[in-house]
Design a protein around this ligand. Structure first.
Ligand code: UDP
Length: 482
Protein backbone atom coordinates (compact mmCIF):
# COMPACT_ATOMS: atom_id res chain seq x y z
CA UNK A 1 0.00 0.00 0.00
CA UNK A 2 1.40 3.41 -0.97
CA UNK A 3 1.82 6.19 1.57
CA UNK A 4 2.04 9.99 1.36
CA UNK A 5 2.83 13.03 3.46
CA UNK A 6 0.60 16.03 4.20
CA UNK A 7 1.98 19.27 5.60
CA UNK A 8 -0.37 21.19 7.93
CA UNK A 9 0.17 24.92 8.41
CA UNK A 10 -1.92 26.36 11.29
CA UNK A 11 -2.04 29.97 12.40
CA UNK A 12 -0.16 30.31 15.69
CA UNK A 13 -2.26 30.26 18.87
CA UNK A 14 -3.89 27.58 20.96
CA UNK A 15 -7.31 27.57 19.26
CA UNK A 16 -5.99 27.14 15.73
CA UNK A 17 -3.32 24.62 16.74
CA UNK A 18 -5.81 22.55 18.71
CA UNK A 19 -8.38 22.48 15.87
CA UNK A 20 -5.72 21.67 13.29
CA UNK A 21 -4.37 18.87 15.45
CA UNK A 22 -7.88 17.53 15.99
CA UNK A 23 -8.27 17.28 12.22
CA UNK A 24 -4.82 15.73 11.78
CA UNK A 25 -5.68 13.03 14.32
CA UNK A 26 -9.08 12.49 12.76
CA UNK A 27 -7.46 11.91 9.37
CA UNK A 28 -4.80 9.55 10.76
CA UNK A 29 -7.43 7.57 12.67
CA UNK A 30 -9.29 7.08 9.43
CA UNK A 31 -6.40 6.35 7.06
CA UNK A 32 -2.96 5.35 8.23
CA UNK A 33 -1.44 5.77 4.78
CA UNK A 34 -0.92 9.43 5.62
CA UNK A 35 2.00 10.91 7.49
CA UNK A 36 1.48 14.40 8.83
CA UNK A 37 3.99 17.15 9.53
CA UNK A 38 2.80 20.33 11.27
CA UNK A 39 4.79 23.52 10.74
CA UNK A 40 4.60 25.59 13.92
CA UNK A 41 4.89 29.38 13.85
CA UNK A 42 5.53 31.35 17.01
CA UNK A 43 2.76 33.57 18.37
CA UNK A 44 3.47 37.21 17.48
CA UNK A 45 3.51 38.59 21.04
CA UNK A 46 3.41 35.70 23.48
CA UNK A 47 6.39 33.46 24.25
CA UNK A 48 6.94 30.55 21.86
CA UNK A 49 4.34 27.87 21.26
CA UNK A 50 6.66 25.07 22.38
CA UNK A 51 4.89 24.14 25.61
CA UNK A 52 1.47 24.08 23.94
CA UNK A 53 2.84 21.96 21.14
CA UNK A 54 4.52 19.61 23.62
CA UNK A 55 1.22 19.21 25.43
CA UNK A 56 -0.59 18.43 22.21
CA UNK A 57 2.22 16.28 20.81
CA UNK A 58 2.33 14.15 23.95
CA UNK A 59 -1.27 13.15 23.32
CA UNK A 60 -0.43 11.81 19.85
CA UNK A 61 3.01 10.76 18.68
CA UNK A 62 1.97 10.08 15.10
CA UNK A 63 2.33 13.74 14.11
CA UNK A 64 5.71 15.32 13.44
CA UNK A 65 6.23 18.97 14.41
CA UNK A 66 8.73 21.37 12.88
CA UNK A 67 9.23 24.65 14.72
CA UNK A 68 9.82 27.52 12.33
CA UNK A 69 12.24 30.34 13.23
CA UNK A 70 10.97 33.56 14.79
CA UNK A 71 10.04 36.30 12.31
CA UNK A 72 9.37 39.98 12.97
CA UNK A 73 5.68 40.76 13.52
CA UNK A 74 4.11 43.78 11.78
CA UNK A 75 3.90 46.96 13.92
CA UNK A 76 1.68 46.58 17.01
CA UNK A 77 -0.58 49.45 15.86
CA UNK A 78 -1.77 47.27 13.01
CA UNK A 79 -3.15 44.75 15.54
CA UNK A 80 -5.42 47.45 16.95
CA UNK A 81 -6.52 48.63 13.52
CA UNK A 82 -7.30 45.16 12.16
CA UNK A 83 -6.51 41.85 13.83
CA UNK A 84 -7.08 39.92 10.59
CA UNK A 85 -4.71 42.14 8.61
CA UNK A 86 -2.11 41.84 11.35
CA UNK A 87 -2.33 38.04 11.40
CA UNK A 88 -2.27 37.60 7.62
CA UNK A 89 0.75 39.91 7.27
CA UNK A 90 2.53 38.09 10.10
CA UNK A 91 1.84 34.72 8.47
CA UNK A 92 3.01 36.06 5.12
CA UNK A 93 6.40 36.81 6.71
CA UNK A 94 6.76 33.06 7.28
CA UNK A 95 6.46 32.13 3.61
CA UNK A 96 10.15 31.61 2.88
CA UNK A 97 10.66 29.61 6.09
CA UNK A 98 7.70 27.40 5.23
CA UNK A 99 9.04 26.72 1.76
CA UNK A 100 12.52 26.03 3.09
CA UNK A 101 11.22 23.66 5.79
CA UNK A 102 9.23 21.71 3.23
CA UNK A 103 12.15 21.47 0.80
CA UNK A 104 14.66 20.48 3.51
CA UNK A 105 12.56 18.21 5.70
CA UNK A 106 9.66 16.92 3.65
CA UNK A 107 10.59 16.75 -0.03
CA UNK A 108 13.93 15.22 0.86
CA UNK A 109 12.19 12.31 2.63
CA UNK A 110 11.01 9.19 0.89
CA UNK A 111 7.25 9.83 0.97
CA UNK A 112 5.59 11.86 -1.78
CA UNK A 113 4.07 15.17 -0.67
CA UNK A 114 0.30 14.96 -1.12
CA UNK A 115 -0.35 18.64 -0.40
CA UNK A 116 -0.54 21.48 2.11
CA UNK A 117 -3.44 21.88 4.54
CA UNK A 118 -3.50 25.58 5.42
CA UNK A 119 -5.71 27.24 7.96
CA UNK A 120 -7.96 30.15 7.07
CA UNK A 121 -5.45 32.92 7.85
CA UNK A 122 -2.62 31.07 6.05
CA UNK A 123 -4.02 31.45 2.56
CA UNK A 124 -0.72 33.04 1.42
CA UNK A 125 0.71 29.52 1.78
CA UNK A 126 -1.44 28.52 -1.20
CA UNK A 127 1.24 30.33 -3.22
CA UNK A 128 3.90 28.12 -1.65
CA UNK A 129 1.88 25.08 -2.75
CA UNK A 130 1.71 26.54 -6.29
CA UNK A 131 5.47 27.11 -6.28
CA UNK A 132 6.12 23.55 -5.13
CA UNK A 133 3.60 22.17 -7.60
CA UNK A 134 1.45 20.47 -4.96
CA UNK A 135 -2.25 20.81 -4.13
CA UNK A 136 -3.53 22.90 -1.24
CA UNK A 137 -6.56 22.50 0.99
CA UNK A 138 -7.97 25.26 3.20
CA UNK A 139 -9.00 24.12 6.66
CA UNK A 140 -11.72 26.30 8.19
CA UNK A 141 -11.80 26.26 11.99
CA UNK A 142 -15.20 27.95 11.75
CA UNK A 143 -18.54 26.97 10.22
CA UNK A 144 -19.93 26.57 6.70
CA UNK A 145 -22.10 29.70 6.77
CA UNK A 146 -19.18 31.92 7.70
CA UNK A 147 -16.89 30.16 5.22
CA UNK A 148 -19.58 30.88 2.63
CA UNK A 149 -19.57 34.54 3.68
CA UNK A 150 -15.79 34.70 3.14
CA UNK A 151 -16.13 33.09 -0.28
CA UNK A 152 -18.95 35.51 -1.17
CA UNK A 153 -16.99 38.63 -0.15
CA UNK A 154 -15.01 38.98 -3.43
CA UNK A 155 -18.21 38.61 -5.50
CA UNK A 156 -19.92 41.30 -3.46
CA UNK A 157 -16.83 43.52 -3.54
CA UNK A 158 -16.66 43.32 -7.33
CA UNK A 159 -20.26 44.59 -7.41
CA UNK A 160 -20.22 47.34 -4.76
CA UNK A 161 -16.50 48.05 -4.17
CA UNK A 162 -16.84 49.16 -0.55
CA UNK A 163 -17.05 47.70 2.95
CA UNK A 164 -20.33 47.13 4.82
CA UNK A 165 -21.71 50.07 6.85
CA UNK A 166 -23.74 50.25 10.07
CA UNK A 167 -26.47 52.07 8.14
CA UNK A 168 -26.79 49.39 5.43
CA UNK A 169 -30.03 47.47 5.12
CA UNK A 170 -29.86 43.75 5.89
CA UNK A 171 -27.57 41.90 3.45
CA UNK A 172 -28.52 38.86 1.46
CA UNK A 173 -25.57 36.48 1.91
CA UNK A 174 -26.06 33.17 0.10
CA UNK A 175 -24.84 30.96 2.95
CA UNK A 176 -27.36 32.38 5.49
CA UNK A 177 -31.07 31.57 5.32
CA UNK A 178 -32.17 35.06 6.40
CA UNK A 179 -30.80 38.47 5.38
CA UNK A 180 -28.10 39.51 7.86
CA UNK A 181 -28.32 42.89 9.64
CA UNK A 182 -25.06 44.92 9.82
CA UNK A 183 -24.96 44.51 13.61
CA UNK A 184 -24.66 40.74 13.18
CA UNK A 185 -21.65 40.98 10.85
CA UNK A 186 -18.11 40.46 12.09
CA UNK A 187 -16.33 43.71 12.91
CA UNK A 188 -13.93 43.25 9.99
CA UNK A 189 -16.81 43.63 7.52
CA UNK A 190 -17.24 47.25 8.70
CA UNK A 191 -13.50 47.92 9.11
CA UNK A 192 -12.17 50.74 6.92
CA UNK A 193 -8.57 50.30 8.06
CA UNK A 194 -7.66 47.31 5.96
CA UNK A 195 -9.66 44.65 7.79
CA UNK A 196 -12.44 44.43 5.22
CA UNK A 197 -10.23 44.37 2.16
CA UNK A 198 -7.88 41.87 3.78
CA UNK A 199 -10.81 39.47 4.15
CA UNK A 200 -11.95 40.09 0.57
CA UNK A 201 -8.46 39.03 -0.53
CA UNK A 202 -8.54 35.97 1.72
CA UNK A 203 -11.88 34.97 0.16
CA UNK A 204 -10.41 35.37 -3.32
CA UNK A 205 -7.38 33.29 -2.45
CA UNK A 206 -9.43 30.38 -1.06
CA UNK A 207 -10.81 29.86 -4.54
CA UNK A 208 -7.34 28.85 -5.76
CA UNK A 209 -7.26 25.90 -3.36
CA UNK A 210 -8.03 22.33 -4.38
CA UNK A 211 -10.53 21.82 -1.59
CA UNK A 212 -12.13 23.41 1.44
CA UNK A 213 -12.41 21.45 4.66
CA UNK A 214 -14.92 22.60 7.29
CA UNK A 215 -15.46 21.47 10.86
CA UNK A 216 -19.22 21.12 10.54
CA UNK A 217 -21.81 18.58 9.40
CA UNK A 218 -24.32 18.94 6.61
CA UNK A 219 -27.40 18.17 8.75
CA UNK A 220 -26.63 21.24 10.87
CA UNK A 221 -25.85 23.66 8.04
CA UNK A 222 -27.73 22.22 5.08
CA UNK A 223 -28.55 25.66 3.63
CA UNK A 224 -24.96 26.90 3.83
CA UNK A 225 -23.57 23.67 2.40
CA UNK A 226 -25.92 23.75 -0.57
CA UNK A 227 -24.97 27.40 -1.24
CA UNK A 228 -21.47 26.22 -2.17
CA UNK A 229 -22.55 24.50 -5.33
CA UNK A 230 -21.73 27.30 -7.71
CA UNK A 231 -18.94 28.14 -10.10
CA UNK A 232 -15.53 28.98 -8.82
CA UNK A 233 -15.80 27.42 -5.36
CA UNK A 234 -13.48 24.44 -4.81
CA UNK A 235 -15.03 21.18 -3.56
CA UNK A 236 -16.18 21.54 0.05
CA UNK A 237 -15.74 18.73 2.58
CA UNK A 238 -17.73 18.85 5.82
CA UNK A 239 -15.86 16.58 8.20
CA UNK A 240 -17.11 17.58 11.66
CA UNK A 241 -17.92 17.85 14.38
CA UNK A 242 -14.35 17.29 15.49
CA UNK A 243 -14.27 17.81 19.21
CA UNK A 244 -11.52 17.24 21.74
CA UNK A 245 -13.86 15.15 23.89
CA UNK A 246 -11.20 14.18 26.39
CA UNK A 247 -10.40 17.85 26.92
CA UNK A 248 -6.67 17.06 26.95
CA UNK A 249 -5.70 20.39 25.52
CA UNK A 250 -8.18 22.57 27.35
CA UNK A 251 -7.40 22.32 31.03
CA UNK A 252 -4.07 22.24 32.77
CA UNK A 253 -5.34 22.92 36.30
CA UNK A 254 -6.40 19.53 37.62
CA UNK A 255 -7.21 20.69 41.16
CA UNK A 256 -9.64 23.35 39.92
CA UNK A 257 -11.14 20.88 37.47
CA UNK A 258 -11.66 18.33 40.23
CA UNK A 259 -13.47 20.89 42.42
CA UNK A 260 -15.74 21.95 39.57
CA UNK A 261 -16.69 18.40 38.66
CA UNK A 262 -17.28 17.51 42.30
CA UNK A 263 -19.56 20.52 42.75
CA UNK A 264 -21.51 19.53 39.64
CA UNK A 265 -21.89 15.98 40.93
CA UNK A 266 -23.86 17.41 43.88
CA UNK A 267 -26.34 19.36 41.72
CA UNK A 268 -29.69 18.04 40.42
CA UNK A 269 -29.93 17.01 36.74
CA UNK A 270 -30.23 19.85 34.19
CA UNK A 271 -30.34 22.45 36.97
CA UNK A 272 -27.15 24.46 36.33
CA UNK A 273 -26.59 27.22 33.80
CA UNK A 274 -22.95 27.38 32.66
CA UNK A 275 -21.43 30.70 31.57
CA UNK A 276 -18.16 30.63 29.65
CA UNK A 277 -16.77 32.97 27.00
CA UNK A 278 -13.94 31.28 25.10
CA UNK A 279 -10.21 31.76 25.18
CA UNK A 280 -10.31 35.55 24.96
CA UNK A 281 -13.61 36.45 26.58
CA UNK A 282 -13.45 38.74 29.60
CA UNK A 283 -15.51 41.53 31.16
CA UNK A 284 -14.82 44.58 33.28
CA UNK A 285 -16.37 45.24 36.67
CA UNK A 286 -19.63 46.95 35.60
CA UNK A 287 -20.58 44.06 33.30
CA UNK A 288 -19.63 41.45 35.90
CA UNK A 289 -21.92 43.20 38.40
CA UNK A 290 -24.86 43.20 35.97
CA UNK A 291 -24.27 39.53 35.16
CA UNK A 292 -24.16 38.61 38.85
CA UNK A 293 -27.47 40.39 39.49
CA UNK A 294 -29.09 38.80 36.44
CA UNK A 295 -27.98 35.34 37.51
CA UNK A 296 -29.15 35.82 41.08
CA UNK A 297 -32.56 37.07 39.98
CA UNK A 298 -33.01 34.18 37.54
CA UNK A 299 -33.07 31.88 40.57
CA UNK A 300 -31.11 29.20 38.74
CA UNK A 301 -27.96 27.43 39.87
CA UNK A 302 -24.89 28.54 37.96
CA UNK A 303 -21.28 27.72 37.12
CA UNK A 304 -19.67 30.93 35.92
CA UNK A 305 -16.21 31.22 34.35
CA UNK A 306 -15.12 34.75 35.28
CA UNK A 307 -12.07 36.21 33.59
CA UNK A 308 -10.76 39.75 33.65
CA UNK A 309 -9.31 41.74 30.73
CA UNK A 310 -5.51 41.69 30.45
CA UNK A 311 -3.75 44.93 31.32
CA UNK A 312 -2.19 45.35 27.88
CA UNK A 313 -5.16 46.32 25.72
CA UNK A 314 -6.09 42.75 24.91
CA UNK A 315 -2.79 41.51 23.50
CA UNK A 316 -2.37 38.92 26.25
CA UNK A 317 -4.93 36.37 27.40
CA UNK A 318 -7.52 37.36 30.03
CA UNK A 319 -6.65 36.51 33.61
CA UNK A 320 -8.54 34.72 36.37
CA UNK A 321 -10.08 37.03 39.02
CA UNK A 322 -8.63 37.00 42.53
CA UNK A 323 -10.60 39.73 44.29
CA UNK A 324 -14.17 38.74 43.47
CA UNK A 325 -15.61 40.14 46.72
CA UNK A 326 -14.52 43.63 45.68
CA UNK A 327 -15.75 43.25 42.11
CA UNK A 328 -19.15 41.58 42.49
CA UNK A 329 -22.23 43.19 44.12
CA UNK A 330 -22.05 43.33 47.96
CA UNK A 331 -23.21 40.08 49.54
CA UNK A 332 -23.55 38.26 46.21
CA UNK A 333 -21.07 35.51 47.05
CA UNK A 334 -22.74 34.97 50.46
CA UNK A 335 -26.26 34.86 49.07
CA UNK A 336 -25.42 32.47 46.23
CA UNK A 337 -23.26 30.11 48.28
CA UNK A 338 -24.35 26.56 47.51
CA UNK A 339 -26.31 27.45 44.39
CA UNK A 340 -23.51 29.03 42.41
CA UNK A 341 -19.85 28.38 41.69
CA UNK A 342 -17.36 30.77 40.12
CA UNK A 343 -14.26 29.48 38.38
CA UNK A 344 -11.51 30.71 36.05
CA UNK A 345 -10.62 28.65 32.97
CA UNK A 346 -13.19 25.84 32.92
CA UNK A 347 -12.89 22.26 31.64
CA UNK A 348 -15.65 23.19 29.20
CA UNK A 349 -16.10 19.93 27.34
CA UNK A 350 -16.31 17.91 30.54
CA UNK A 351 -18.68 20.48 32.06
CA UNK A 352 -21.02 20.39 29.07
CA UNK A 353 -21.02 16.59 29.26
CA UNK A 354 -22.18 16.65 32.91
CA UNK A 355 -25.82 15.78 33.55
CA UNK A 356 -26.23 18.72 35.94
CA UNK A 357 -25.82 21.25 33.11
CA UNK A 358 -29.11 22.52 31.68
CA UNK A 359 -28.01 25.53 29.63
CA UNK A 360 -24.95 27.41 28.38
CA UNK A 361 -24.50 31.17 28.10
CA UNK A 362 -21.82 31.25 25.40
CA UNK A 363 -19.80 33.69 23.32
CA UNK A 364 -20.66 31.50 20.32
CA UNK A 365 -17.16 30.52 19.28
CA UNK A 366 -17.63 27.72 16.79
CA UNK A 367 -15.93 25.06 18.93
CA UNK A 368 -18.17 25.98 21.85
CA UNK A 369 -21.26 25.68 19.66
CA UNK A 370 -20.23 22.25 18.37
CA UNK A 371 -19.37 21.03 21.86
CA UNK A 372 -22.66 22.22 23.24
CA UNK A 373 -24.70 20.68 20.42
CA UNK A 374 -22.81 17.41 20.79
CA UNK A 375 -23.89 17.24 24.43
CA UNK A 376 -27.43 18.48 23.73
CA UNK A 377 -27.09 21.64 25.84
CA UNK A 378 -28.98 24.71 24.54
CA UNK A 379 -27.12 28.02 24.27
CA UNK A 380 -28.09 31.62 25.09
CA UNK A 381 -26.03 33.77 22.71
CA UNK A 382 -23.65 36.47 23.87
CA UNK A 383 -21.12 37.01 21.04
CA UNK A 384 -17.96 39.02 21.70
CA UNK A 385 -15.50 39.06 18.80
CA UNK A 386 -14.38 37.45 15.50
CA UNK A 387 -17.28 35.76 13.64
CA UNK A 388 -19.33 35.19 16.81
CA UNK A 389 -22.07 37.71 15.96
CA UNK A 390 -22.89 35.86 12.73
CA UNK A 391 -22.68 32.54 14.59
CA UNK A 392 -25.20 33.86 17.12
CA UNK A 393 -27.45 35.15 14.32
CA UNK A 394 -27.30 31.81 12.54
CA UNK A 395 -28.02 29.78 15.70
CA UNK A 396 -31.00 31.93 16.73
CA UNK A 397 -32.59 33.14 13.47
CA UNK A 398 -31.53 30.62 10.82
CA UNK A 399 -31.46 27.40 12.82
CA UNK A 400 -33.70 27.94 15.87
CA UNK A 401 -31.06 26.21 18.00
CA UNK A 402 -30.37 28.95 20.55
CA UNK A 403 -32.05 31.49 22.80
CA UNK A 404 -31.25 35.10 21.95
CA UNK A 405 -29.50 37.01 24.70
CA UNK A 406 -27.50 39.21 22.35
CA UNK A 407 -26.65 38.99 18.66
CA UNK A 408 -24.98 42.31 17.98
CA UNK A 409 -22.87 42.75 21.13
CA UNK A 410 -19.19 43.57 20.49
CA UNK A 411 -16.47 43.31 23.10
CA UNK A 412 -14.99 46.74 23.82
CA UNK A 413 -18.08 48.59 22.57
CA UNK A 414 -18.81 49.92 26.06
CA UNK A 415 -22.39 48.65 25.88
CA UNK A 416 -23.69 47.01 29.08
CA UNK A 417 -25.89 43.94 28.90
CA UNK A 418 -28.32 44.65 31.70
CA UNK A 419 -29.20 42.31 34.58
CA UNK A 420 -32.82 42.08 33.42
CA UNK A 421 -31.81 40.89 29.93
CA UNK A 422 -29.58 38.23 31.46
CA UNK A 423 -32.25 37.15 33.94
CA UNK A 424 -34.87 36.76 31.18
CA UNK A 425 -32.57 34.91 28.80
CA UNK A 426 -31.43 32.50 31.52
CA UNK A 427 -35.05 31.79 32.54
CA UNK A 428 -35.96 31.12 28.92
CA UNK A 429 -32.81 29.01 28.36
CA UNK A 430 -33.49 26.82 31.38
CA UNK A 431 -37.12 26.02 30.48
CA UNK A 432 -37.43 22.26 30.63
CA UNK A 433 -39.66 21.59 27.63
CA UNK A 434 -38.80 24.42 25.27
CA UNK A 435 -38.81 24.02 21.51
CA UNK A 436 -35.15 25.08 21.38
CA UNK A 437 -34.15 22.35 23.86
CA UNK A 438 -36.05 19.76 21.83
CA UNK A 439 -34.34 20.84 18.61
CA UNK A 440 -30.91 20.85 20.26
CA UNK A 441 -31.45 17.30 21.55
CA UNK A 442 -32.35 16.17 18.04
CA UNK A 443 -29.29 17.91 16.58
CA UNK A 444 -27.12 16.29 19.23
CA UNK A 445 -28.12 12.85 17.92
CA UNK A 446 -27.45 13.96 14.33
CA UNK A 447 -24.03 15.34 15.25
CA UNK A 448 -22.98 11.97 16.66
CA UNK A 449 -24.40 10.09 13.69
CA UNK A 450 -22.57 12.34 11.20
CA UNK A 451 -19.11 11.12 12.19
CA UNK A 452 -19.73 7.38 12.40
CA UNK A 453 -19.63 4.97 9.48
CA UNK A 454 -22.54 5.73 7.16
CA UNK A 455 -22.80 9.33 8.43
CA UNK A 456 -22.52 12.43 6.23
CA UNK A 457 -19.18 13.66 7.60
CA UNK A 458 -17.73 10.16 7.53
CA UNK A 459 -18.61 9.98 3.83
CA UNK A 460 -17.31 13.49 3.17
CA UNK A 461 -13.96 12.68 4.78
CA UNK A 462 -13.81 9.60 2.56
CA UNK A 463 -14.32 11.79 -0.51
CA UNK A 464 -11.61 14.16 0.69
CA UNK A 465 -9.16 11.28 1.11
CA UNK A 466 -9.97 10.03 -2.39
CA UNK A 467 -9.45 13.54 -3.80
CA UNK A 468 -6.13 13.97 -2.00
CA UNK A 469 -4.96 10.63 -3.36
CA UNK A 470 -6.17 11.43 -6.87
CA UNK A 471 -4.51 14.86 -6.82
CA UNK A 472 -1.10 13.41 -6.00
CA UNK A 473 -0.95 11.96 -9.46
CA UNK A 474 -1.00 15.34 -11.26
CA UNK A 475 1.76 15.45 -13.95
CA UNK A 476 3.56 18.41 -12.35
CA UNK A 477 4.50 16.13 -9.46
CA UNK A 478 6.20 13.42 -11.55
CA UNK A 479 8.98 13.02 -9.02
CA UNK A 480 6.49 12.53 -6.21
CA UNK A 481 3.94 10.23 -7.80
CA UNK A 482 1.50 8.50 -5.44
N1 UDP B 1 -12.43 26.50 26.58
C1 UDP B 1 -12.32 25.80 27.75
N2 UDP B 1 -12.42 26.49 28.92
C2 UDP B 1 -12.65 27.83 29.00
C3 UDP B 1 -12.79 28.53 27.77
C4 UDP B 1 -12.68 27.83 26.58
O1 UDP B 1 -12.11 24.57 27.75
O2 UDP B 1 -12.75 28.36 30.11
C5 UDP B 1 -12.30 25.74 25.30
C6 UDP B 1 -13.65 25.39 24.70
O3 UDP B 1 -14.08 24.12 25.16
C7 UDP B 1 -13.36 25.41 23.21
C8 UDP B 1 -12.24 26.43 23.08
O4 UDP B 1 -11.65 26.56 24.36
O5 UDP B 1 -12.90 24.16 22.78
C9 UDP B 1 -12.76 27.78 22.63
O6 UDP B 1 -13.00 27.72 21.27
P1 UDP B 1 -14.14 28.58 20.58
O7 UDP B 1 -14.06 28.32 19.11
O8 UDP B 1 -15.45 28.29 21.20
O9 UDP B 1 -13.81 30.07 20.94
P2 UDP B 1 -12.46 30.95 20.85
O10 UDP B 1 -11.69 30.71 22.09
O11 UDP B 1 -11.74 30.52 19.60
O12 UDP B 1 -13.01 32.33 20.80
Amino acid sequence: MKRAELVFIPTPGMGHLASTLAFAKHLLDRDDRFSITVLVMNPAFAPTNHSIVQLIAASDTRVRFIHLPQVDPPPKELFFRSVEKFITEYVENYKSHVKEAIINHVLSASLPLAGLVVDLFCSSMINVAHELGVPSYVFFTTNAAFSGFMLYLPTRHDQVGIEFRETDPESVIPSYVNPVPPGALSSFALNKEGGYICNVNLGRKYKEADGIIINTFSELESHAVSSFFNDGIPPVYTVGPMIDLKGKTSSEDNQAKHEIMKWLDDQPPSSVVFLCFGSRGSFGEPQLKETALGLERSGHRFLWSVRLPSRDDGLAKPTDAENLEEILPPGFLERTRGIGMICGWAPQVEVLAHKAIGGFVSHCGWNSILESLWHGVPIATWPLYAEQQTNAFQMVRDLGLAVELKINYRLGSGVLVMAEEIENAVKCLMEADSEVRKRVKEMSIKSRQAVIEGGSSYASLGRLIEAIIANVTVPARKSNMW
